[in-house]
Design a protein around this ligand. Structure first.
Ligand code: UD1
Length: 420
C-alpha cells in the first residue's frame, strides 16, 4: 500500500489542468451498455474508479481500450447481466449499471454496494424508480435481481429524505431511455454530472429534456446507437485546488474548468476573503489575504457540495474564529474530524453540525485516510501544517484524484508517494 508524505507551510503557486469528472465518466461508461455500437469517451480521468468500471464492462463482455484520456468501448455485451460483489463493493458508482442492464437485457443482477464509512447509503430510490417502470425487484444473497418483460414510462417522484439522489436519477433515466412511452422524473438530481450523462444519452439517440432541472422528461426509443462524448471537468477536483490555494495562501490558475459549476464554493470562498477570478474555462485564485471564518451547509446542487465539505473544514480549521459546518447529505460524513484534531485542530461534532474553532497552526502527524474526500482534506491540512505528515491508505485518494501528488508538486508542494 502507498502513503503520501507531505511537508507543509509552502504557498502553492502556478497552473493546474483539471481532469474529467469522475462522477460523470462512471455513469457515461455504464450507459455504453445501452448500445451494441462503439462509443468514444474523451477527457476521461485515469482513476481507480474509472478502471473498476472498465473491469465491470469487460466482465459483461464489452471490449474496452483506455489510451491517455480516451476510452473506446467496442463490441456488444455478451448477454451477462451480473455485476459482481467484488467489483461493485469497491465503489458505489458502479451501481449505475443496474438501469442500463435492465433496459437492454430486460434483467439485471447487481450486487448491493454495501456499507460505507460516510453513512448507510440506501438504494431505495433506485429500486422505487425502476419498479415504477415495471420491473420486478427482489433482493437475494446481497444482490438486486431485477427483471421486466417490458419497461413502461411512468410519472415518478424520486425525492428522498435527504433530497434528490444523483445515482438513482441516473439509473432511472438510463432505464427510461429504452422504455415504452414517456417517463417524467420529478425531484430529479440537478448535478452537472447528471446533465452530462443526459447529453451523452441524447447523442446516442435518446429523447431527453429538462436535464439539469428537477423535472426530466424522457420519451422512450427502440434503440440507441454509438456516440462520441467529451466528459465535463471535475468540479470537485477544481474545488479542492481552489481550497488548496486558500489554505496555503497561494495563487493558482485552474485550466479546463467550468466555473459556473462551482458558484456555491466561489461564494463561500469570497465570504472567507479569497478572491477567485473567472474567465472562459479558467479560474485564478489568489489567497494572499487574512481569512475570515464562514459557515457552510452542504446541499444538493447548486448548493455547497458534500464532496467538498471535508476540504473546506480543513481550511476553516486554520482560519481564526468559529465556523459551523452542517452536513445535510451524508450525516456521518465526519470521519476526518478525528484526524484533523490529531494535527491540533479544534473541531467538535454535534449531530449534523461541526463547530470549528480555528487554530493558529496545525502540526504534521501520521494520519489514516478513511474515504475519498476525507483523504483530500488531510492532504490539504498536511500542506499547511508545520513539519511532516504521513497519510496512509491513500488508495482512497487514487479512486477520485488523477495524479494528485504530481499536480501538487508542479505547484511547488513538498509531497511524495512512498510504499508503506
Ligand atoms: C453521488 C456521488 C457522490 C456524492 C453524492 C452527493 C457518484 C458516483 N457519486 O453519490 O460523490 O457525494 O452523489 O452529491 O456520482 N439516498 C437515499 N436513497 C437512495 C439513494 C440515496 O436515501 O436510494 C440518500 C443518500 O443516503 C444521501 C442522499 O440520498 O443521503 C444523496 O445521495 P445520492 O445523491 O444518492 O448519492 P450518490 O448518488 O450515491
Amino acid at each position: 500500500m502507498d502513503k503520501l508524505v507531505v511537508f507543509g507551510a509552502r504557498p502553492l503557486i502556478g497552473e493546474v489542468k483539471i481532469s474529467g469528472a469522475k462522477n460523470a465518466v462512471l455513469p457515461i461508461l455504464a450507459a455504453t451498455l445501452l448500445t451494441d455500437e462503439p462509443c468514444t469517451i474523451k477527457n476521461s480521468p485515469n482513476l481507480r474508479d474509472t478502471n473498476t468500471m472498465i473491469r465491470i464492462l469487460r466482465s459483461l463482455g464489452k471490449n474496452v481500450e483506455f489510451d491517455r484520456d480516451v476510452i473506446e468501448v467496442t463490441s456488444k455485451a455478451n448477454g451477462k447481466f451480473t455485476a459482481e460483489y467484488k467489483l461493485v463493493s469497491t465503489m458505489r458508482g458502479s451501481f449505475c449499471v443496474l438501469g442500463p442492464l435492465l433496459a437492454k437485457l430486460n434483467k439485471a443482477r447487481v450486487s448491493l454496494p454495501g456499507g460505507c464509512v460516510i453513512g448507510v447509503r440506501p438504494v431505495d430510490l433506485h429500486l422505487k424508480g425502476i419498479e415504477a417502470l415495471g420491473a420486478e425487484v427482489k433482493i437475494e444473497g446481497g444482490y438486486v435481481n431485477a427483471k421486466a418483460k417490458i419497461l413502461k414510462g411512468n410519472h415518478i417522484y424520486l425525492g428522498g429524505e435527504f433530497g434528490s439522489s444523483v445515482l438513482a436519477t441516473e439509473n432511472v433515466m438510463m432505464a427510461a431511455t429504452l422504455s415504452k412511452g414517456k417517463t417524467i422524473i420529478e425531484a430529479a438530481a440537478c448535478e452537472p454530472e447528471v446533465e452530462d450523462l443526459a447529453n451523452f444519452l441524447v447523442k446516442m439517440g435518446a429523447r431527453i429534456e429538462g436535464q439539469g432541472t428537477p423535472r426530466i422528461e424522457i420519451e422512450g426509443v427502440k434503440n440507441l446507437h454509438g456516440a462520441e462524448h467529451k466528459v465535463i471537468p471535475d468540479r470537485i477536483e477544481a474545488g479542492t485546488f481552489l481550497i488548496a490555494a486558500a489554505i496555503t495562501k497561494g495563487k493558482i490558475t485552474l485550466n479546463g474548468v467550468i466555473w459556473q459549476h462551482l458558484l456555491a464554493v466561489i461564494d463561500k470562498l469570497a465570504q472567507a476573503g479569497v478572491r477567485v477570478k473567472r474567465t472562459d474555462g479558467r479560474m485564478i485564485v489568489n489567497a494572499k489575504t487574512r481569512l475570515k471564518p464562514v459557515n457552510i451547509t452542504t446541499l444538493p446542487y447548486p448548493g455547497f457540495p458534500t464532496d467538498l465539505q471535508a476540504q473546506f473544514m480543513a481550511l476553516m480549521a486554520v482560519t481564526p474564529g468559529i465556523s459551523i459546518i452542517t452536513e445535510k447529505i451524508f450525516q456521518d460524513r465526519f470521519m476526518h474530524i478525528a484526524e484533523l484534531n490529531r494535527m491540533g485542530a479544534n473541531i467538535q461534532r454535534e449531530g449534523p453540525h461541526s463547530i470549528v474553532q480555528g487554530v493558529k497552526y496545525l502540526s504534521g502527524a501520521p494520519l489514516m485516510a478513511s474515504d475519498l474526500r476525507a483523504s483530500a482534506a488531510l492532504v490539504l491540512a498536511g500542506l499547511v501544517a508545520k513539519g511532516r505528515t504521513d497519510i496512509s491508505r491513500i488508495y482512497h485518494l487514487d479512486r477520485g484524484y488523477e495524479n494528485l501528488e504530481v499536480k501538487l508538486k508542479a505547484l511547488g508542494a513538498n509531497v511524495r508517494r512512498e510504499k508503506e
